[in-house]
Design a protein around this ligand. Structure first.
Ligand SMILES: NC(=O)c1ccc[n+]([C@@H]2O[C@H](COP(=O)([O-])OP(=O)(O)OC[C@H]3O[C@@H](n4cnc5c(N)ncnc54)[C@H](O)[C@@H]3O)[C@@H](O)[C@H]2O)c1
Length: 547
Protein backbone atom coordinates (compact mmCIF):
# COMPACT_ATOMS: atom_id res chain seq x y z
CA UNK A 1 0.00 0.00 0.00
CA UNK A 2 1.35 3.46 -0.79
CA UNK A 3 1.83 5.64 2.23
CA UNK A 4 -0.50 8.56 2.76
CA UNK A 5 1.23 10.85 0.32
CA UNK A 6 -0.10 14.12 1.66
CA UNK A 7 1.10 13.31 5.14
CA UNK A 8 4.39 11.97 3.77
CA UNK A 9 5.46 15.08 1.85
CA UNK A 10 4.88 17.73 4.49
CA UNK A 11 8.04 19.44 5.75
CA UNK A 12 9.87 22.30 4.07
CA UNK A 13 13.64 21.74 3.87
CA UNK A 14 15.80 24.76 3.18
CA UNK A 15 19.09 23.79 1.59
CA UNK A 16 22.02 25.88 0.46
CA UNK A 17 25.55 26.92 1.25
CA UNK A 18 26.71 28.18 4.61
CA UNK A 19 25.60 31.79 5.14
CA UNK A 20 22.86 31.59 2.51
CA UNK A 21 20.31 32.65 5.13
CA UNK A 22 18.57 29.30 5.80
CA UNK A 23 18.26 29.79 9.56
CA UNK A 24 17.16 33.42 9.44
CA UNK A 25 14.66 32.82 6.64
CA UNK A 26 13.53 29.51 8.14
CA UNK A 27 12.76 31.01 11.53
CA UNK A 28 10.82 33.91 10.02
CA UNK A 29 8.91 31.55 7.73
CA UNK A 30 8.04 29.17 10.56
CA UNK A 31 6.66 32.10 12.52
CA UNK A 32 4.64 33.29 9.54
CA UNK A 33 3.18 29.82 8.88
CA UNK A 34 2.78 29.04 12.56
CA UNK A 35 4.92 25.92 12.20
CA UNK A 36 7.73 24.59 14.37
CA UNK A 37 11.27 25.41 13.23
CA UNK A 38 14.16 22.97 13.26
CA UNK A 39 17.81 23.73 12.54
CA UNK A 40 19.69 20.47 11.98
CA UNK A 41 23.05 21.99 13.02
CA UNK A 42 21.62 23.39 16.28
CA UNK A 43 19.85 20.08 16.99
CA UNK A 44 23.10 18.15 16.54
CA UNK A 45 24.94 20.61 18.79
CA UNK A 46 22.35 20.28 21.53
CA UNK A 47 22.28 16.46 21.26
CA UNK A 48 26.06 16.22 21.43
CA UNK A 49 26.54 19.13 23.82
CA UNK A 50 29.39 20.38 21.60
CA UNK A 51 29.73 22.88 18.81
CA UNK A 52 29.91 21.73 15.18
CA UNK A 53 33.54 22.85 15.11
CA UNK A 54 34.27 20.60 18.10
CA UNK A 55 32.49 17.62 16.53
CA UNK A 56 34.54 18.06 13.34
CA UNK A 57 37.78 18.44 15.32
CA UNK A 58 37.21 15.60 17.77
CA UNK A 59 35.10 13.06 15.85
CA UNK A 60 35.68 13.96 12.22
CA UNK A 61 33.39 14.93 9.33
CA UNK A 62 32.06 11.42 8.82
CA UNK A 63 30.72 11.29 12.37
CA UNK A 64 29.05 14.66 11.80
CA UNK A 65 27.40 13.41 8.60
CA UNK A 66 26.04 10.40 10.50
CA UNK A 67 24.49 12.76 13.03
CA UNK A 68 22.87 14.63 10.14
CA UNK A 69 21.30 11.34 8.98
CA UNK A 70 19.96 10.81 12.48
CA UNK A 71 18.53 14.34 12.54
CA UNK A 72 16.71 13.74 9.24
CA UNK A 73 15.26 10.43 10.45
CA UNK A 74 14.02 12.16 13.60
CA UNK A 75 12.27 14.86 11.57
CA UNK A 76 10.87 12.24 9.18
CA UNK A 77 9.03 10.57 12.06
CA UNK A 78 7.31 13.78 13.12
CA UNK A 79 3.78 13.93 11.75
CA UNK A 80 3.33 17.70 11.88
CA UNK A 81 4.83 19.90 9.13
CA UNK A 82 8.08 21.62 10.08
CA UNK A 83 10.26 24.28 8.55
CA UNK A 84 13.79 22.84 8.54
CA UNK A 85 17.07 24.67 7.97
CA UNK A 86 19.71 22.11 6.97
CA UNK A 87 23.49 22.27 7.20
CA UNK A 88 25.33 23.27 4.02
CA UNK A 89 26.64 19.73 3.43
CA UNK A 90 23.34 17.94 4.09
CA UNK A 91 22.82 17.37 0.36
CA UNK A 92 26.13 15.52 -0.08
CA UNK A 93 24.66 12.17 0.89
CA UNK A 94 22.16 10.82 -1.68
CA UNK A 95 20.22 9.17 1.18
CA UNK A 96 19.69 12.62 2.72
CA UNK A 97 18.39 14.05 -0.53
CA UNK A 98 16.01 11.12 -0.90
CA UNK A 99 14.78 11.41 2.70
CA UNK A 100 14.12 15.12 2.28
CA UNK A 101 12.22 14.49 -0.96
CA UNK A 102 10.12 11.74 0.55
CA UNK A 103 9.17 13.76 3.59
CA UNK A 104 8.96 17.26 2.25
CA UNK A 105 9.80 19.87 -0.35
CA UNK A 106 13.36 21.05 -0.87
CA UNK A 107 13.98 24.72 -1.54
CA UNK A 108 17.46 25.96 -2.42
CA UNK A 109 18.40 29.43 -1.17
CA UNK A 110 20.91 30.36 -3.82
CA UNK A 111 23.54 33.00 -3.28
CA UNK A 112 26.53 33.95 -5.33
CA UNK A 113 29.80 32.65 -3.77
CA UNK A 114 31.08 36.25 -3.72
CA UNK A 115 28.08 37.30 -1.64
CA UNK A 116 28.61 34.34 0.71
CA UNK A 117 32.23 35.28 1.20
CA UNK A 118 31.16 38.76 2.22
CA UNK A 119 28.56 37.43 4.67
CA UNK A 120 31.01 35.19 6.56
CA UNK A 121 32.82 37.53 8.91
CA UNK A 122 34.90 34.93 10.73
CA UNK A 123 35.77 31.85 8.60
CA UNK A 124 37.46 30.20 11.62
CA UNK A 125 34.00 29.40 13.01
CA UNK A 126 33.28 27.28 9.89
CA UNK A 127 35.04 23.89 10.12
CA UNK A 128 35.40 23.44 6.37
CA UNK A 129 37.04 26.84 5.97
CA UNK A 130 39.00 27.11 9.20
CA UNK A 131 42.20 25.50 7.92
CA UNK A 132 42.06 26.74 4.33
CA UNK A 133 44.88 28.98 3.11
CA UNK A 134 42.25 31.13 1.43
CA UNK A 135 38.81 30.66 3.05
CA UNK A 136 37.31 32.66 0.17
CA UNK A 137 38.71 30.32 -2.44
CA UNK A 138 37.72 27.26 -0.37
CA UNK A 139 34.14 28.54 -0.15
CA UNK A 140 34.03 29.23 -3.87
CA UNK A 141 35.16 25.68 -4.63
CA UNK A 142 32.72 24.21 -2.12
CA UNK A 143 29.83 26.18 -3.59
CA UNK A 144 30.77 25.14 -7.12
CA UNK A 145 31.02 21.45 -6.22
CA UNK A 146 27.71 21.41 -4.36
CA UNK A 147 25.73 23.46 -6.89
CA UNK A 148 24.38 20.46 -8.90
CA UNK A 149 23.23 18.82 -5.67
CA UNK A 150 21.42 21.94 -4.49
CA UNK A 151 19.86 22.18 -7.93
CA UNK A 152 18.10 18.88 -7.23
CA UNK A 153 15.65 20.92 -5.15
CA UNK A 154 11.99 21.49 -5.93
CA UNK A 155 12.49 25.24 -6.13
CA UNK A 156 15.38 27.66 -6.29
CA UNK A 157 15.20 31.14 -4.77
CA UNK A 158 17.92 33.55 -5.75
CA UNK A 159 18.60 35.55 -2.59
CA UNK A 160 20.90 38.07 -4.19
CA UNK A 161 19.78 41.59 -3.42
CA UNK A 162 16.69 40.29 -1.60
CA UNK A 163 15.62 41.02 1.92
CA UNK A 164 14.42 38.33 4.32
CA UNK A 165 10.83 39.53 4.07
CA UNK A 166 10.72 39.08 0.29
CA UNK A 167 12.19 35.57 0.50
CA UNK A 168 9.72 34.64 3.26
CA UNK A 169 6.88 36.03 1.15
CA UNK A 170 7.85 33.83 -1.81
CA UNK A 171 8.38 30.77 0.37
CA UNK A 172 5.07 31.28 2.10
CA UNK A 173 3.21 31.36 -1.25
CA UNK A 174 5.12 28.25 -2.34
CA UNK A 175 4.36 26.32 0.83
CA UNK A 176 0.72 27.32 1.28
CA UNK A 177 -0.53 28.89 -1.95
CA UNK A 178 -4.00 30.40 -1.66
CA UNK A 179 -6.19 32.53 -3.96
CA UNK A 180 -5.11 35.59 -1.94
CA UNK A 181 -1.43 34.62 -2.06
CA UNK A 182 -0.90 32.42 -5.14
CA UNK A 183 2.39 31.27 -6.62
CA UNK A 184 3.12 33.94 -9.21
CA UNK A 185 5.36 33.36 -12.23
CA UNK A 186 6.19 36.08 -14.75
CA UNK A 187 6.37 35.32 -18.44
CA UNK A 188 8.22 37.65 -20.85
CA UNK A 189 8.86 40.21 -18.09
CA UNK A 190 9.71 43.76 -19.21
CA UNK A 191 8.23 43.23 -22.66
CA UNK A 192 4.94 44.50 -24.11
CA UNK A 193 3.57 40.91 -23.95
CA UNK A 194 4.44 40.41 -20.26
CA UNK A 195 1.93 38.48 -18.17
CA UNK A 196 1.64 36.41 -15.03
CA UNK A 197 0.69 32.85 -14.30
CA UNK A 198 -1.08 32.55 -10.93
CA UNK A 199 -1.28 29.13 -9.32
CA UNK A 200 -3.29 28.15 -6.24
CA UNK A 201 -5.93 25.69 -5.16
CA UNK A 202 -9.44 27.29 -5.18
CA UNK A 203 -8.30 30.03 -7.54
CA UNK A 204 -11.42 29.12 -9.54
CA UNK A 205 -13.50 31.04 -6.98
CA UNK A 206 -11.60 34.25 -7.82
CA UNK A 207 -11.34 34.09 -11.60
CA UNK A 208 -13.28 37.26 -12.44
CA UNK A 209 -11.46 39.24 -9.75
CA UNK A 210 -8.04 38.07 -10.97
CA UNK A 211 -8.97 38.59 -14.64
CA UNK A 212 -10.31 42.09 -14.09
CA UNK A 213 -7.06 43.10 -12.40
CA UNK A 214 -5.38 42.95 -15.80
CA UNK A 215 -8.19 43.77 -18.23
CA UNK A 216 -11.69 45.29 -17.93
CA UNK A 217 -13.83 44.00 -20.81
CA UNK A 218 -17.32 45.07 -21.81
CA UNK A 219 -18.35 41.46 -22.46
CA UNK A 220 -16.93 38.01 -21.86
CA UNK A 221 -17.14 34.87 -23.99
CA UNK A 222 -16.37 31.86 -21.83
CA UNK A 223 -15.27 29.05 -24.13
CA UNK A 224 -15.41 25.54 -22.71
CA UNK A 225 -16.53 21.92 -23.27
CA UNK A 226 -19.92 20.48 -22.18
CA UNK A 227 -18.08 18.15 -19.77
CA UNK A 228 -16.68 21.19 -17.92
CA UNK A 229 -20.02 22.94 -17.51
CA UNK A 230 -20.08 22.50 -13.74
CA UNK A 231 -16.72 24.29 -13.45
CA UNK A 232 -17.67 26.93 -16.05
CA UNK A 233 -21.05 28.10 -14.79
CA UNK A 234 -19.84 29.45 -11.41
CA UNK A 235 -17.05 31.30 -13.26
CA UNK A 236 -19.56 32.83 -15.67
CA UNK A 237 -21.61 33.94 -12.64
CA UNK A 238 -18.53 35.68 -11.16
CA UNK A 239 -18.27 37.88 -14.28
CA UNK A 240 -22.04 38.53 -14.30
CA UNK A 241 -21.87 39.56 -10.63
CA UNK A 242 -19.08 41.95 -11.57
CA UNK A 243 -21.51 43.50 -14.08
CA UNK A 244 -20.00 41.97 -17.22
CA UNK A 245 -22.41 40.16 -19.58
CA UNK A 246 -21.02 36.68 -20.21
CA UNK A 247 -21.86 34.12 -22.87
CA UNK A 248 -20.99 30.46 -22.41
CA UNK A 249 -19.76 28.91 -25.67
CA UNK A 250 -19.66 25.13 -25.66
CA UNK A 251 -17.33 23.42 -28.10
CA UNK A 252 -16.98 19.66 -28.70
CA UNK A 253 -13.90 18.01 -27.22
CA UNK A 254 -11.04 16.16 -28.85
CA UNK A 255 -8.04 16.73 -31.10
CA UNK A 256 -10.19 16.15 -34.19
CA UNK A 257 -11.89 19.48 -33.44
CA UNK A 258 -8.59 21.37 -33.49
CA UNK A 259 -9.38 22.49 -37.01
CA UNK A 260 -9.97 25.58 -39.11
CA UNK A 261 -13.64 24.66 -39.52
CA UNK A 262 -14.06 24.74 -35.71
CA UNK A 263 -12.29 28.10 -35.66
CA UNK A 264 -14.74 29.43 -38.22
CA UNK A 265 -17.72 28.23 -36.17
CA UNK A 266 -16.29 29.99 -33.12
CA UNK A 267 -15.87 33.28 -35.05
CA UNK A 268 -19.59 33.11 -35.86
CA UNK A 269 -20.49 32.37 -32.23
CA UNK A 270 -18.39 35.32 -31.02
CA UNK A 271 -20.10 37.62 -33.49
CA UNK A 272 -23.50 36.37 -32.32
CA UNK A 273 -22.49 36.97 -28.69
CA UNK A 274 -21.66 40.58 -29.63
CA UNK A 275 -17.98 40.31 -28.73
CA UNK A 276 -16.07 43.24 -30.17
CA UNK A 277 -12.48 44.36 -29.55
CA UNK A 278 -13.39 45.50 -26.05
CA UNK A 279 -14.45 41.97 -25.19
CA UNK A 280 -12.52 39.16 -23.53
CA UNK A 281 -12.26 35.48 -24.42
CA UNK A 282 -11.81 33.18 -21.42
CA UNK A 283 -10.74 29.66 -22.34
CA UNK A 284 -11.56 26.98 -19.77
CA UNK A 285 -10.28 23.65 -21.03
CA UNK A 286 -7.33 21.49 -21.94
CA UNK A 287 -4.59 21.95 -24.51
CA UNK A 288 -6.86 21.50 -27.50
CA UNK A 289 -9.29 24.23 -26.49
CA UNK A 290 -6.42 26.45 -25.33
CA UNK A 291 -4.76 26.18 -28.75
CA UNK A 292 -8.02 26.69 -30.67
CA UNK A 293 -9.39 29.41 -28.37
CA UNK A 294 -6.04 31.19 -28.41
CA UNK A 295 -5.91 31.09 -32.19
CA UNK A 296 -9.48 32.40 -32.44
CA UNK A 297 -8.53 35.22 -30.02
CA UNK A 298 -5.40 36.02 -32.05
CA UNK A 299 -7.30 36.34 -35.32
CA UNK A 300 -10.90 37.38 -34.53
CA UNK A 301 -11.19 41.12 -35.33
CA UNK A 302 -7.36 41.03 -35.70
CA UNK A 303 -7.01 40.07 -32.07
CA UNK A 304 -9.02 40.21 -28.84
CA UNK A 305 -7.54 39.68 -25.36
CA UNK A 306 -7.82 36.23 -23.84
CA UNK A 307 -7.25 34.46 -20.55
CA UNK A 308 -6.41 30.80 -20.09
CA UNK A 309 -7.81 28.63 -17.30
CA UNK A 310 -6.23 25.25 -18.08
CA UNK A 311 -8.15 22.22 -16.82
CA UNK A 312 -5.90 19.29 -17.79
CA UNK A 313 -2.53 18.51 -16.25
CA UNK A 314 -0.97 18.84 -19.70
CA UNK A 315 -2.46 22.29 -20.22
CA UNK A 316 -1.51 23.44 -16.70
CA UNK A 317 2.14 22.45 -17.04
CA UNK A 318 2.64 23.27 -20.67
CA UNK A 319 0.22 24.41 -23.34
CA UNK A 320 -1.44 27.32 -21.50
CA UNK A 321 1.88 29.14 -21.14
CA UNK A 322 3.98 30.52 -23.95
CA UNK A 323 1.48 31.79 -26.50
CA UNK A 324 1.78 29.10 -29.18
CA UNK A 325 -1.78 28.87 -30.48
CA UNK A 326 -3.06 27.13 -33.58
CA UNK A 327 -4.81 24.25 -35.27
CA UNK A 328 -3.95 21.09 -37.16
CA UNK A 329 -4.25 20.40 -40.88
CA UNK A 330 -4.91 16.90 -42.25
CA UNK A 331 -1.23 16.93 -43.32
CA UNK A 332 0.12 17.51 -39.82
CA UNK A 333 -0.16 19.02 -36.36
CA UNK A 334 -0.12 22.71 -35.53
CA UNK A 335 0.57 23.67 -39.14
CA UNK A 336 -1.50 26.86 -38.87
CA UNK A 337 -0.99 29.12 -35.91
CA UNK A 338 0.36 32.23 -34.27
CA UNK A 339 2.32 33.47 -31.30
CA UNK A 340 -0.29 35.21 -29.18
CA UNK A 341 0.15 35.62 -25.45
CA UNK A 342 -2.76 35.58 -22.99
CA UNK A 343 -3.39 38.45 -20.56
CA UNK A 344 -3.09 36.03 -17.65
CA UNK A 345 -3.08 32.32 -16.96
CA UNK A 346 -5.02 31.19 -13.90
CA UNK A 347 -4.21 27.68 -12.67
CA UNK A 348 -6.27 25.89 -10.05
CA UNK A 349 -4.90 22.35 -9.57
CA UNK A 350 -8.21 21.36 -7.96
CA UNK A 351 -9.84 21.56 -11.39
CA UNK A 352 -7.99 18.31 -12.02
CA UNK A 353 -10.25 16.51 -9.54
CA UNK A 354 -12.53 15.45 -12.38
CA UNK A 355 -9.76 14.66 -14.88
CA UNK A 356 -9.78 10.96 -15.91
CA UNK A 357 -6.66 8.94 -14.90
CA UNK A 358 -5.55 8.50 -18.50
CA UNK A 359 -5.36 12.28 -18.90
CA UNK A 360 -3.33 12.59 -15.70
CA UNK A 361 -0.78 10.23 -17.21
CA UNK A 362 -0.96 12.23 -20.42
CA UNK A 363 0.08 15.40 -18.57
CA UNK A 364 2.70 13.54 -16.60
CA UNK A 365 4.43 12.68 -19.89
CA UNK A 366 5.04 16.41 -20.46
CA UNK A 367 6.19 16.86 -16.85
CA UNK A 368 8.69 14.04 -17.26
CA UNK A 369 9.85 15.73 -20.45
CA UNK A 370 10.64 18.92 -18.49
CA UNK A 371 12.48 16.88 -15.88
CA UNK A 372 14.63 14.84 -18.23
CA UNK A 373 15.50 17.72 -20.55
CA UNK A 374 15.84 20.63 -18.16
CA UNK A 375 15.78 19.90 -14.45
CA UNK A 376 17.22 17.01 -12.52
CA UNK A 377 15.37 18.06 -9.35
CA UNK A 378 11.99 17.88 -11.06
CA UNK A 379 12.89 14.47 -12.45
CA UNK A 380 13.78 13.21 -8.96
CA UNK A 381 10.60 14.74 -7.51
CA UNK A 382 8.42 12.96 -10.08
CA UNK A 383 10.30 9.73 -9.39
CA UNK A 384 9.45 10.02 -5.68
CA UNK A 385 5.84 10.96 -6.36
CA UNK A 386 5.42 7.89 -8.53
CA UNK A 387 7.10 5.70 -5.89
CA UNK A 388 4.71 7.04 -3.27
CA UNK A 389 1.71 6.18 -5.45
CA UNK A 390 0.66 9.80 -5.87
CA UNK A 391 -0.42 9.28 -9.47
CA UNK A 392 -2.92 6.68 -8.33
CA UNK A 393 -4.16 8.89 -5.52
CA UNK A 394 -4.23 12.02 -7.70
CA UNK A 395 -4.42 14.58 -4.87
CA UNK A 396 -4.41 17.80 -6.92
CA UNK A 397 -3.00 20.02 -4.20
CA UNK A 398 0.04 17.77 -3.83
CA UNK A 399 0.84 18.49 -7.47
CA UNK A 400 0.75 22.27 -7.06
CA UNK A 401 4.50 22.76 -6.60
CA UNK A 402 5.62 20.37 -9.38
CA UNK A 403 3.08 22.04 -11.71
CA UNK A 404 4.48 25.44 -10.75
CA UNK A 405 8.03 24.20 -11.35
CA UNK A 406 7.12 23.16 -14.91
CA UNK A 407 5.43 26.50 -15.52
CA UNK A 408 8.52 28.28 -14.21
CA UNK A 409 10.80 26.29 -16.52
CA UNK A 410 8.55 26.98 -19.49
CA UNK A 411 8.22 30.67 -18.60
CA UNK A 412 11.98 30.98 -18.42
CA UNK A 413 12.51 29.41 -21.81
CA UNK A 414 9.69 31.32 -23.47
CA UNK A 415 11.07 34.54 -22.01
CA UNK A 416 14.45 33.77 -23.57
CA UNK A 417 13.11 32.71 -26.97
CA UNK A 418 9.47 33.73 -27.43
CA UNK A 419 9.34 32.97 -31.15
CA UNK A 420 11.36 29.78 -31.25
CA UNK A 421 14.24 31.45 -33.08
CA UNK A 422 17.38 30.73 -31.07
CA UNK A 423 16.93 27.01 -30.50
CA UNK A 424 16.31 27.50 -26.77
CA UNK A 425 12.55 26.97 -27.03
CA UNK A 426 13.13 23.99 -29.28
CA UNK A 427 14.33 22.11 -26.17
CA UNK A 428 10.69 21.84 -25.13
CA UNK A 429 10.16 19.65 -28.18
CA UNK A 430 12.03 16.60 -26.94
CA UNK A 431 9.97 13.57 -28.01
CA UNK A 432 7.78 15.73 -30.25
CA UNK A 433 9.43 15.07 -33.62
CA UNK A 434 8.53 11.40 -33.46
CA UNK A 435 5.48 12.02 -31.22
CA UNK A 436 3.83 14.44 -33.66
CA UNK A 437 4.44 11.99 -36.51
CA UNK A 438 2.75 9.23 -34.49
CA UNK A 439 -0.28 11.45 -33.85
CA UNK A 440 -0.56 12.39 -37.54
CA UNK A 441 -0.24 8.79 -38.77
CA UNK A 442 -2.89 7.65 -36.28
CA UNK A 443 -5.16 10.45 -37.53
CA UNK A 444 -5.20 12.05 -34.04
CA UNK A 445 -7.26 9.15 -32.75
CA UNK A 446 -6.52 6.34 -30.34
CA UNK A 447 -3.40 7.80 -28.74
CA UNK A 448 -3.38 10.98 -26.65
CA UNK A 449 -0.76 13.68 -27.25
CA UNK A 450 1.20 12.80 -24.09
CA UNK A 451 1.17 9.12 -24.96
CA UNK A 452 2.60 9.85 -28.40
CA UNK A 453 5.22 12.09 -26.77
CA UNK A 454 6.08 9.32 -24.31
CA UNK A 455 6.86 6.82 -27.08
CA UNK A 456 8.50 9.66 -29.04
CA UNK A 457 10.83 10.45 -26.12
CA UNK A 458 11.96 6.83 -25.96
CA UNK A 459 12.59 6.74 -29.72
CA UNK A 460 14.50 10.03 -29.62
CA UNK A 461 16.54 8.86 -26.63
CA UNK A 462 17.43 5.75 -28.66
CA UNK A 463 18.53 8.02 -31.51
CA UNK A 464 20.68 9.94 -29.01
CA UNK A 465 22.31 6.70 -27.85
CA UNK A 466 22.89 5.66 -31.45
CA UNK A 467 24.63 8.96 -32.20
CA UNK A 468 26.71 8.72 -29.02
CA UNK A 469 25.06 11.78 -27.44
CA UNK A 470 22.76 10.12 -24.90
CA UNK A 471 24.27 7.86 -22.21
CA UNK A 472 22.55 4.44 -22.24
CA UNK A 473 21.65 4.71 -18.52
CA UNK A 474 19.68 7.90 -19.25
CA UNK A 475 17.61 5.95 -21.78
CA UNK A 476 17.06 3.19 -19.19
CA UNK A 477 16.01 5.72 -16.52
CA UNK A 478 13.55 7.26 -18.98
CA UNK A 479 11.97 3.96 -19.94
CA UNK A 480 11.75 2.89 -16.31
CA UNK A 481 9.89 6.00 -15.12
CA UNK A 482 7.56 6.13 -18.14
CA UNK A 483 6.63 2.51 -17.48
CA UNK A 484 6.00 3.26 -13.80
CA UNK A 485 3.70 6.05 -14.96
CA UNK A 486 1.82 3.61 -17.21
CA UNK A 487 2.86 5.43 -20.37
CA UNK A 488 3.78 3.75 -23.69
CA UNK A 489 7.47 3.17 -24.35
CA UNK A 490 7.22 1.64 -27.81
CA UNK A 491 5.71 2.94 -31.02
CA UNK A 492 2.35 1.81 -32.38
CA UNK A 493 2.51 -0.75 -35.17
CA UNK A 494 2.48 1.71 -38.04
CA UNK A 495 4.95 1.68 -40.90
CA UNK A 496 8.30 3.44 -40.65
CA UNK A 497 7.54 4.98 -44.03
CA UNK A 498 4.30 6.57 -42.83
CA UNK A 499 6.13 8.09 -39.86
CA UNK A 500 9.00 9.52 -41.90
CA UNK A 501 6.47 10.77 -44.46
CA UNK A 502 4.64 12.61 -41.64
CA UNK A 503 7.99 14.12 -40.59
CA UNK A 504 8.31 15.65 -44.07
CA UNK A 505 5.98 18.40 -42.83
CA UNK A 506 8.08 18.96 -39.71
CA UNK A 507 9.30 22.55 -39.66
CA UNK A 508 12.77 21.29 -38.69
CA UNK A 509 13.19 18.83 -41.58
CA UNK A 510 15.71 19.68 -44.30
CA UNK A 511 15.97 17.00 -47.00
CA UNK A 512 17.39 13.80 -45.60
CA UNK A 513 18.19 15.37 -42.25
CA UNK A 514 16.03 16.58 -39.43
CA UNK A 515 16.57 18.86 -36.43
CA UNK A 516 15.89 17.11 -33.14
CA UNK A 517 16.34 17.56 -29.39
CA UNK A 518 18.58 14.88 -27.89
CA UNK A 519 19.44 14.10 -24.29
CA UNK A 520 22.93 14.55 -22.91
CA UNK A 521 21.94 13.12 -19.52
CA UNK A 522 19.10 13.47 -17.00
CA UNK A 523 18.25 17.17 -16.87
CA UNK A 524 20.35 18.11 -19.91
CA UNK A 525 19.41 18.32 -23.57
CA UNK A 526 20.69 19.92 -26.75
CA UNK A 527 19.29 20.66 -30.19
CA UNK A 528 21.02 18.77 -33.01
CA UNK A 529 20.29 20.37 -36.38
CA UNK A 530 21.18 17.54 -38.71
CA UNK A 531 20.13 14.10 -37.52
CA UNK A 532 20.35 11.72 -40.54
CA UNK A 533 16.94 10.33 -41.49
CA UNK A 534 18.62 6.95 -41.98
CA UNK A 535 19.38 6.77 -38.23
CA UNK A 536 15.82 7.84 -37.49
CA UNK A 537 14.41 5.06 -39.70
CA UNK A 538 16.54 2.38 -38.03
CA UNK A 539 15.47 3.48 -34.56
CA UNK A 540 11.78 3.69 -35.49
CA UNK A 541 11.99 0.07 -36.63
CA UNK A 542 13.74 -0.98 -33.43
CA UNK A 543 11.12 0.85 -31.33
CA UNK A 544 8.08 -1.00 -32.62
CA UNK A 545 7.16 0.51 -36.00
CA UNK A 546 6.95 -2.01 -38.85
CA UNK A 547 8.96 -2.00 -42.03
N1 LIG B 1 0.39 25.36 -27.28
C1 LIG B 1 1.33 24.65 -26.75
O1 LIG B 1 2.41 25.14 -26.39
C2 LIG B 1 1.09 23.18 -26.54
C3 LIG B 1 1.96 22.42 -25.75
C4 LIG B 1 1.66 21.07 -25.52
C5 LIG B 1 0.53 20.51 -26.09
N2 LIG B 1 -0.29 21.27 -26.85
C6 LIG B 1 -1.50 20.71 -27.44
O2 LIG B 1 -2.39 20.31 -26.40
C7 LIG B 1 -3.29 19.35 -26.93
C8 LIG B 1 -3.54 18.27 -25.91
O3 LIG B 1 -4.13 18.84 -24.79
P1 LIG B 1 -4.85 17.96 -23.65
O4 LIG B 1 -4.08 16.76 -23.40
O5 LIG B 1 -5.14 18.87 -22.53
O6 LIG B 1 -6.17 17.45 -24.36
P2 LIG B 1 -7.64 18.00 -24.42
O7 LIG B 1 -7.68 19.46 -24.44
O8 LIG B 1 -8.28 17.28 -25.56
O9 LIG B 1 -8.30 17.51 -23.07
C9 LIG B 1 -8.39 16.15 -22.80
C10 LIG B 1 -9.79 15.69 -22.44
O10 LIG B 1 -10.05 15.97 -21.09
C11 LIG B 1 -11.28 16.62 -20.94
N3 LIG B 1 -11.11 17.49 -19.77
C12 LIG B 1 -10.36 18.60 -19.73
N4 LIG B 1 -10.31 19.06 -18.47
C13 LIG B 1 -11.03 18.22 -17.72
C14 LIG B 1 -11.34 18.18 -16.33
N5 LIG B 1 -10.84 19.04 -15.47
N6 LIG B 1 -12.16 17.20 -15.91
C15 LIG B 1 -12.65 16.26 -16.77
N7 LIG B 1 -12.36 16.25 -18.07
C16 LIG B 1 -11.56 17.22 -18.54
C17 LIG B 1 -11.50 17.32 -22.24
O11 LIG B 1 -12.86 17.55 -22.45
C18 LIG B 1 -10.90 16.33 -23.23
O12 LIG B 1 -11.82 15.35 -23.55
C19 LIG B 1 -2.67 18.85 -28.23
O13 LIG B 1 -3.39 19.36 -29.31
C20 LIG B 1 -1.27 19.45 -28.23
O14 LIG B 1 -0.79 19.70 -29.50
C21 LIG B 1 -0.03 22.58 -27.08
Amino acid sequence: MPLQVLTMIRHLFLVGNMASGKSTVGQALAQRLNRPFYDTDRWIESQQAKSIAEIFAQDGELAFRRLETLALHTIAQDKSPWVVATGGGMVLNPEHRQLMRQHGWMVYLKADPEALVERIHDPRTRPLLANAVSPQEALRQLAQAREPLYQESDWVIDTEGWNVEAVVEELSALTCPSPESPICISVLPNTPSAYEVLIAPRLRDHIAERALEVYQPTKVALLTHPVLRSWAEPIARQFELAGIPTTLLLSPEGERYKTLSRVQKLYTQLLKAGIDRSGLVVVLGGGVLGDVGGFVSATYLRGVPFIQIPTTLLAQVDSSVGGKVGVDLPEGKNLVGAFYQPKRVLIDPELLQTLPPRHWRNGLAEMLKYGITLQHGLWRRLEVMLQLGSLRKREPTLWTLPIARCVQLKAQIVSEDERDLTGRRALLNFGHTVGHAVEAVLGYRGWLHGEAISAGMVAEAHIGVKLGITPPDTLEALIDLLQQAGLPTSLPEVSVESLTEAMRHDKKRKGDQIGMVLLEGVGRACFIEAVPMEAVREVLLACGARS
